[in-house]
Design a protein around this ligand. Structure first.
Ligand code: HEC
Ligand code: HEC
Ligand code: HEC
Ligand code: HEC
Ligand code: HEC
Ligand code: HEC
Length: 454
């Protein structure tokens, strides 16, 4: 009998343990991550359940079930597939009026899985707090959904655990009844169940399962916080790095002049733009449209070729801008301003004599400290012995029409580089005094918590 109870205890513990592990593998956190990714990258063109620019995405995984890897290839680089004449790709492309889908070469397969899991999991919500439309990053912990689902899971787990205890009590009672050669009564089961529940060991097991499971869930949710690799918001002015830093070879530090002397790299004010844009009044893609926003912010009068006075009435400004936008004389590129009123409205939205409200892309949490000058001016070397360039951390910015966050900016990412790269210092090698060695940032204390944390 004692042996039986022990067996049941052990199997109960094992079951709770397995349940606890299983729980951590539940896809809940990933759906959350998928949702964040979807909102960042896909929601401008897709909804799970209806067509926007692209088709509804619910069911697409099943649609391509015969060739499961195709969907990854498509999402990563649909253009390449279409160019290569892939039958499925060309079919979708033509079915959607040859509308273009962005390429997402930076998304990994697991991230795509998360997005697709979110899409399949999607249920239309009844007025939950307004979705962030401002292009601000979504912080998964700000999302009340996480807490609700966590609460739900805890409830579910307690329920399952209690049921398991009940089942075990039933078994134990029936074994005892058999041992004592009498019929099993419901009272008997109930009594055993109550005994089990008042047993410290069993309660500890249940509490431990819930606490451990809950903590693991919370940690995995928290780890997603503030990691926004791939974040690519639409900016108030369609500033194009490829055109400026790539094609026209403007030096990064011409605009981001803080990088070599301060903590922040700085985003240039429109006064810096005006150094060139007093003369460059139109661009190849948007004509005068986007550049008119610079003028609005810098209070530039493009007809008089001088700055407006600060207190110029907005009606005067409007008249000048509309006249200039409508004027096609001397235009180098094909006319792009189809609707002067809406072009003016877009410029006005920037604000006369106001700083442009660029959306910040790279943003470490407040508790972490990163300093550009420490990395740029000092000119540390990366693991291949090359000087650290902006691109080492920010990716091929000079090829980006729209900037996105290239690196994860996670703690592990910083630490890895501090282990691998070299500083610019040189010391006598402790092993052989005739030689000199260059320490890694790690050897210079670059892994000390206090160097990066306030
Ligand atoms: C700029 C708009 C745009 C964005 C952003 C976009 N898509 Fe698309 N997507 C489309 C269009 C348009 C199509 C239809 C095919 C075409 O015309 O190229 C499509 C097709 C698809 C298809 C195939 C659907 C089918 O029924 O066969 C999938 C899957 C897909 N997109 C996934 C994604 C995911 C995931 C993201 C975000 C990571 C995303 N898309 C972002 C525009 C977009
Ligand atoms: C002509 C001015 C100019 C030049 C040249 C320029 N940038 Fe920028 N950069 C901007 C502006 C304006 C923004 C803000 C809008 C945006 O994100 O596109 C920006 C944004 C960025 C951001 C994102 C900032 C954030 O919010 O996290 C990075 C990173 C960046 N630039 C790096 C570079 C690098 C690297 C180069 C050189 C290859 C470069 N820039 C050249 C003007 C410039
Ligand atoms: C060093 C010179 C220089 C600076 C500084 C500069 N630009 Fe430009 N910009 C150019 C050149 C060159 C073009 C392309 C003109 C062309 O191709 O005819 C251009 C074009 C543009 C266009 C038109 C894009 C299109 O395709 O229609 C926009 C918008 C623009 N710049 C925004 C900005 C903003 C915002 C800033 C300040 C953050 C800025 N530029 C700073 C040189 C500069
Ligand atoms: C060692 C990695 C690294 C290098 C190299 C680097 N950056 Fe950054 N950059 C970061 C990180 C991390 C952030 C986010 C900082 C924060 O949120 O405090 C950032 C943020 C930025 C920003 C937006 C916020 C700001 O600081 O004003 C700009 C713009 C930027 N970097 C431009 C540049 C340019 C231009 C270069 C090259 C001259 C460069 N970065 C080199 C890691 C790097
Ligand atoms: C591309 C490699 C690389 C990445 C990525 C990188 N660092 Fe560094 N970091 C260096 C190098 C090299 C040095 C040493 C520079 C020198 O003194 O020669 C350094 C130095 C530092 C220092 C000064 C350490 C000291 O001993 O004084 C701090 C603080 C720092 N990094 C923070 C960060 C943070 C925070 C991140 C992530 C957001 C980061 N770094 C990412 C290469 C990197
Ligand atoms: C080279 C820089 C660097 C060093 C050294 C460093 N951290 Fe971090 N740490 C970071 C950055 C950057 C983040 C923010 C990552 C993010 O956005 O989640 C971070 C995040 C964290 C977090 C928040 C949890 C998380 O994963 O986001 C904790 C806790 C933390 N660090 C503790 C430590 C401790 C303890 C040490 C010393 C053993 C340490 N860090 C050393 C850069 C560093």
């Amino acid at each position: 009998m004692k042996y039986m109870i022990t067996t049941i205890r052990i199997s109960l513990t094992a079951l709770l343990f397995v349940l606890c592990l299983g729980w951590t593998n539940v896809h809940a956190a990933d759906v959350g991550k998928g949702e964040a990714l979807f909102k960042q990258h896909c929601s401008s063109c897709h909804a799970p359940d209806r067509k926007i620019v692209g088709p509804a995405l619910k069911g697409t995984k099943a649609k391509y079930a015969d060739d499961p890897t195709w969907i990854y290839k498509w999402i990563k680089n649909n253009t390449a597939l279409i160019k290569a004449g892939d039958k499925k790709a060309v079919a979708v492309y033509e079915a959607n009026g040859k509308a273009a889908m962005t390429v997402f070469t930076f998304l990994t397969d697991p991230e795509i899985d998360d997005v697709l899991a979110y899409v399949e999991d999607y249920k239309p919500k009844v007025a939950i707090a307004a979705a962030p439309t401002s292009g601000e990053t979504t912080n998964p912990l700000d999302d009340p959904q996480i807490y609700y689902s966590l609460l739900g899971l805890v409830g579910l787990l307690i329920g399952v655990a209690v049921m398991l205890v009940f089942a075990a009590a039933g078994l134990a009672a029936s074994v005892r009844a058999k041992d004592e050669s009498r019929d099993l009564s419901a009272d008997d089961v109930w009594q055993t169940f109550k005994n089990f529940l008042s047993n410290k060991f069993v309660t500890t097991c249940i509490v431990a399962t819930v606490v451990v499971g809950g903590t693991i869930q919370l940690i995995s949710a928290a780890r997603g916080v503030s990691l926004h690799q791939g974040f690519m918001p639409e900016q108030p002015i369609k500033f194009d790095h490829k055109l400026h830093a790539g094609i026209n070879q403007v030096n990064c530090q011409y605009c981001h002049s803080g990088a070599s002397k301060s903590k922040n790299a700085w985003i240039p004010s429109t006064n810096v733009c005006m150094n060139c844009h007093k003369a460059i009044e139109e661009g190849p893609t948007y004509g005068k449209g986007e550049i008119s926003k610079i003028y609005m912010s810098a209070k530039w009068n493009p007809i008089a070729d001088k700055y407006f006075a600060d207190n110029t009435p907005i009606d005067t400004v409007a008249a000048v801008f509309k006249k200039w936008l409508a004027d096609e004389a001397g235009i180098k590129y094909p006319k792009k301003i189809k609707n002067v009123e809406s072009a003016y409205a877009a410029a006005k939205a920037i604000g006369f004599n106001k700083a442009v409200e660029w959306i910040r892309i790279h943003n470490l949490p407040d508790h972490a400290y990163f300093n550009h000058a420490q990395h740029i001016a000092v000119g540390g070397n990366d693991k291949d012995g090359k000087v650290i360039e902006c691109q080492t951390c920010h990716g091929p910015i000079q090829e980006m029409e729209v900037v996105y966050q290239h690196a994860p900016l996670s703690m592990g990412w910083c630490i890895n580089c501090h282990r691998e790269s070299k500083t610019t210092y040189s010391f006598p090698d402790p092993k052989d005094a005739k030689k000199s060695m260059t320490p890694t940032p790690e050897q210079m204390g670059g892994l000390d918590c206090a160097k990066c944390h306030y």
